[in-house]
Design a binder for this molecule. Structure first.
Ligand SMILES: [Zn+2]
Length: 53
């Protein structure tokens, strides 16, 4: 499955500055988003993943 890197619109972390990442499964690809640890968007994603898992 192809992997696409997305830049977080909240903390704007990228592959080099990011400290954590989240994976999202789309229909035909994996979306990888990097975040800083204090990013509220990252924390929200973690909550969603915890509920799923
Ligand atoms: Zn972020």
């Amino acid at each position: 499955m192809p992997t696409t890197l997305r830049r977080c619109p909240v903390c704007a972390a990228d592959q080099e500055s990011g400290q954590a990442r989240t994976l999202t499964v789309a229909t035909d690809r994996l979306l990888v988003t990097w975040h800083l640890l204090h990013c509220p968007h990252y924390r929200a994603d973690r909550v969603l993943m915890d509920r799923d898992g």
